[in-house]
Write a protein that binds this ligand. Structure first.
Ligand SMILES: [Cu+2]
Length: 157
């Protein structure tokens, strides 16, 4: 009897620690969205602005999501008129500055969605910084066209 109740207490403490670190505010994320992709797509892209209010640079070590098998940070570059994407191993958000993930630049590449995501759905994305420093954010799935309306100087169809 004593043994089993001891185990229960330990797991409650563990859960509390996880819960509090997951909600510790380290960065401010704005305009987080996932571009809606056609059915059967194996990769999707996500964009956002991540502001670091701290006095020290922050490096993102890992990004995960319960909705995807794997997430990478990519950089889009144009080489000989060809659009290419390269994986960014470590993205740093400078102190008092922000990391901008936007179409045509750096973005999150989301691999192998667990289910079909449609405009209006929400995706949980977890940013991992230093050991035990995680931050959970929500990104809304949107059609690419609805994003263009926010960018006043972008092209129209
Ligand atoms: Cu990419």
């Amino acid at each position: 009897m004593f043994h089993s109740s001891g185990k229960i207490t330990a797991s409650i403490i563990c859960f509390t620690l996880l819960y509090s670190t997951a909600h510790a505010v380290t960065v401010q994320v704005e305009d987080a969205w996932v571009r809606e992709a056609p059915p059967g797509s194996t990769t999707l892209a996500a964009y956002m602005r991540i502001h670091n209010p701290a006095t020290r640079d922050l490096t993102i070590l890992e990004i995960t999501s319960p909705s995807f098998k794997k997430i990478e940070i990519h950089q889009t570059t144009i080489v000989n008129n060809m659009m290419r994407m390269e994986k960014v191993e470590r993205a740093t958000i400078p102190a008092h500055s922000e990391l901008v993930l936007e179409p045509g630049g750096k973005h999150l590449m989301l691999f192998s969605p667990e289910s079909r995501l449609k405009a209006g759905d929400h995706v949980t994305i977890i940013l991992s910084f230093k050991k035990d420093q995680h931050q959970e954010i929500q990104a809304e799935v949107k059609k690419a066209d609805s994003m263009n309306q926010h960018q006043s100087n972008n092209h129209h169809h």
